[in-house]
Design a binder for this molecule. Structure first.
Ligand SMILES: [Ca+2]
Length: 93
């Protein structure tokens, strides 16, 4: 299974989305309608692999995960605050 993750800027996997297939150390580098994706993710959908979500850039701050394939929906339902994620690390394929 190829690692594949989507994040969304609104609840229940709606709004603007972004796909990931590898580590992203700084979500500020990814364009979003409000500027960039830092602290913008509200919901998510893991379609492959295992992923770790981090509070700060460069995988700093508090880390939550890994979460794997099938995890989907609002981040808060998985104990991850909305508008909090600043970097995303792939744990395994
Ligand atoms: Ca953050």
């Amino acid at each position: 299974m190829v690692a594949n993750l989507y994040i969304y800027d609104e609840k229940n996997c709606t709004g603007e989305s972004k796909q990931f297939t590898k580590d992203v150390p700084d979500l500020r580098a990814l364009r979003h309608k409000l500027g960039n994706w830092n602290d913008e993710a509200v919901s998510f959908d893991i379609q492959g692999g295992q992923w770790i979500f981090c509070e700060d850039v460069d995988y700093g701050g508090r880390r939550i995960g890994p979460l794997g394939k099938g995890a989907k929906g609002n981040l808060e339902d998985y104990g991850i605050p909305a508008n909090w994620i600043s970097s995303i690390k792939k744990h395994s394929d």
